[in-house]
Write a new protein. Structure first.
Length: 344
């Protein structure tokens, strides 16, 4: 027994040396790759899982060979257990890669798809994550069924019961799942878009799109979880896809300044035509629109050259200041509510 143990001791020692060698090789390889790159991150992320997989699988194989076929009869003398541990170790490594990629999805997606806009890059990463997760689950499930020796007839029976359950008791789950697939195919919105659901009085930034629900973050930073089936039956407004935002400003002049209306309008139109922040494909306009109770009502209308809300607010502020300057320049004024009391 002692001689047999001495012959079999090199197996765990070789496992320790091999695990240490893999760790060192990955460490050296990772340091040769550019700092901050996806390749470097994945290589360094693989060190722990691969080294532990080698160490555990060789140790388990060694222990099973020590037990011998008398105590634990295995067709391949424990080699099949070693192979299964290696398989699950590789799956663990892939899951660690997935975690690393999603920890800095925006940075890594820019490296992989440098020519695509951010929303498209994140969409591709998101759908790749869902497909990868589904693939891993299917592979692990099939592997476990094979290890358990599940017969084909039992799988067929379970499939029949599963179909019946879907038909009678899981209609909502199926609807949400199919709607989730539809969201990935049609792409009415992607992660990062700000959307609004008027019928539900909901709005927020899309955080995640899962198979069965979508998470929004509203302006108060509260998470909102919406079943995907809503998006197939309710109209959705994707505010992030606005190509240019409208700036609409109503203002008034005093009735005593009626003679200055045309010159004020003309100068404001000139300023709009020379403003590079305005979308001139949609003609800007300034008009006298009516007689109010205490003012001559005017309206300025234009569109921002981008769909950015911050750019729209900046342009609106600039135009409000310009309107005041032009009105003062022509010695006109803006009315304010007044009340005249007549004492009898």
């Amino acid at each position: 027994m002692i001689n047999q143990l001495q012959l079999r001791l090199p197996i765990p020692l070789l496992g320790i040396l091999l695990a240490a060698g893999v760790w060192l090789a990955l460490q050296l390889l990772g340091r040769r790759l550019p700092n901050g790159s996806l390749g470097r991150a994945l290589v360094l992320r693989s060190r722990l899982s691969l080294a532990l997989t080698i160490l555990v699988s060789t140790s388990a194989w060694w222990l099973l060979t020590l037990l011998g076929p008398e105590l634990l009869p295995l067709p391949r003398g424990g080699a099949e257990v070693r192979d299964e541990l290696i398989f699950f170790g590789l799956i663990w490594t892939l899951l660690r890669w997935k975690s690393e990629i999603w920890s800095q999805a925006d940075t890594y997606s820019q490296q992989v798809f440098p020519s695509l806009p951010q929303r498209d890059r994140l969409f591709l990463f998101d759908i790749s994550d869902k497909l990868f997760t589904m693939l891993v689950v299917v592979i692990i499930g099939l592997k476990l069924l094979r290890l358990l020796g599940t017969p084909t007839a039992l799988l067929a029976t379970a499939g029949g019961f599963g179909a019946a359950a879907l038909g009678f008791g899981a209609r909502t789950i199926v609807e949400n799942g199919l709607s989730g697939i539809s969201l990935y195919i049609n792409r009415p919105f992607v992660v990062g878009d700000f959307i609004r659901i008027p019928s539900e009085d909901l709005n927020g930034t899309v955080q995640t799109i899962s198979w069965f629900y979508t998470e929004l973050r509203d302006p108060e930073r509260q998470p909102i979880f919406i079943p995907n089936s809503i998006f197939t039956i309710k109209p959705i407004i994707n505010i992030a896809r606005i190509d240019s935002r409208r700036v609409w400003i109503d203002f008034g002049l005093r009735y005593d300044d009626r003679a200055a209306i045309e010159t004020i309008i003309a100068e404001l139109r000139e300023q709009l035509e020379s403003n590079t922040r305005i979308d001139h494909q949609k003609a800007p306009a300034v008009h006298f629109v009516g007689y109010g109770d205490s003012s001559l009502n005017l309206r300025l209308l234009c569109y921002v050259a981008s769909g950015d809300i911050q750019a729209a607010w900046d342009l609106q502020q600039e135009l409000l200041l310009r309107i005041g300057e032009v009105v003062d320049k022509h010695q006109a004024g803006m009315p304010f509510p007044t009340r005249t009391l007549i004492r009898g």
